[in-house]
Design a protein around this ligand. Structure first.
Ligand SMILES: [Zn+2]
Ligand SMILES: [Zn+2]
Length: 160
């Protein structure tokens, strides 16, 4: 049994089928909808995929092929959960990061490498911290002991 769900716990799913292949996708739609460098999707059989809590909201947009692609996400916390397409009605494509056990995923290839950002690959030489980076914010500035807010909160050009 594979289980997964969103950040707030309101949306939960269970899956009893075979875990299909996974891939990285660098397309601009995946980048925007995940808010990250790329999406990691894992193919699951729809007939074995069951939402056991919550009702994801859905946003549908045509993909590059022109076929509709629906992205399903938690209406409360916004976590992307899975993608579906009428073109492939037997499958859903779960976001690998929402699985309770992400170790079951082993991506086999990358798609849309033509749209990859230079920062999609983590340089091997940069500093690594086991938890939060000590003394450095996620925006790369030292705090010198004081709390530094997110960049957008300082000289904001318009209200958030
Ligand atoms: Zn949620
Ligand atoms: Zn994509």
């Amino acid at each position: 049994m594979l289980r997964g769900g969103c950040l707030c716990g309101g949306c939960r799913f269970e899956y009893t089928g075979e875990v299909g292949p996974a891939n990285y996708c660098h397309c601009t739609d995946c980048r925007r909808s995940t808010g990250s460098a790329f999406n990691v999707g894992v193919r699951l059989r729809r007939e074995h995929f069951l939402m056991v809590a919550g009702s994801p909201h859905t946003f549908t947009k045509a993909g590059d092929s022109g076929a509709a692609l629906s992205r399903h996400f938690c209406p409360t916390c916004g976590s992307p959960l899975f993608t579906s397409s009428p073109r492939h009605p037997d499958w859903v494509y779960a976001k690998a990061g929402v699985l309770d056990d992400p170790l079951v995923v082993s991506p086999t290839h990358e798609s849309w490498a033509s749209s990859e950002t230079p920062w999609a690959r983590i340089p091997s030489g940069i500093a690594r911290y086991g938890k939060n980076a000590g003394g450095v914010t996620t925006h790369g500035r030292t705090t010198d002991g004081e709390v530094v807010g997110p960049a957008g909160l300082e000289p904001a050009t318009r209200p958030l």
